[in-house]
Ligand binder design. Sequence first.
Ligand code: SAM
Length: 248
Amino acid sequence: MALNQSGEGSSEYGLKDDWNYVQNTLEQIIPIYDKTNRYISLGSDLKLRRKGIGLLVSEFQERESFCLLDLGCGTGTMTRLLQERMRSKGNVLLVDPIPAMMRLARQRTYEDGVLAVYEYLPLRESTIDATMAGFSLRDARNLSAALKQINRLLKPNGKFLIVDLSKPDSSVRSKLISIYWRGIAPTIAYFSSGRLGLKFGALAKTYDRLPKISEFLHITQEEGFDVSKTEFSMMGGACVILLTKKET
Ligand SMILES: C[S@@+](CC[C@H](N)C(=O)[O-])C[C@H]1O[C@@H](n2cnc3c(N)ncnc32)[C@H](O)[C@@H]1O
């Protein structure tokens, strides 16, 4: 197992004991989740999601059918954007552990769903063409276990799209971004959505637990992926990453 700069193994990443706190917070903010995201990402979350979805669609548009998982689907935004682009339904299985999120996602997308966590995905190995995780991989309790499960489910050469926050290697940038998620984003959320918006302060916890970008990419390679494409925005604080399962 590779050791990170603090001497921990890659399996140390993920929310660990903070997972329940973050999940409780997510449940509480469901009514304001989508709207507040637009504000605190300064309008860029949709742009990033669309960029990622574009990469996936270019892989699958020639196929009549394929099976794709929307992991940590939340309110279903990633799947809705995919449906907009592909003008088809029935190819996606929604996955999320929060029943209220799943209900909303199913109502909005008309896709089937399963209540599950990354770390224990109840599906057969090598059966899935692609997976996507929009702003949710950093919420995994255990990053390494999550990547192992996703790799297990994917067919060889299967794709994994990640659209998420990222932590730049530069400590100055990383610090500035941390200040943004700790102080500025919850303030914007407060003004856009009221007191409940302050709960977006939990984002700082998920940002803190992220590995730096180079380390993150290294971990994905250790867990059986090739890095096919990376794009960063917001000074390296947000990313679109397309991974491909290595052929063994
Ligand atoms: C910040 S929301 C993102 C939702 C949505 N994908 C989006 O693009 O807006 C994170 C989602 O990940 C889910 N999640 C948290 N931990 C998870 C885990 N271990 N496995 C799968 N999903 C998880 C949460 O329940 C939540 O719905």
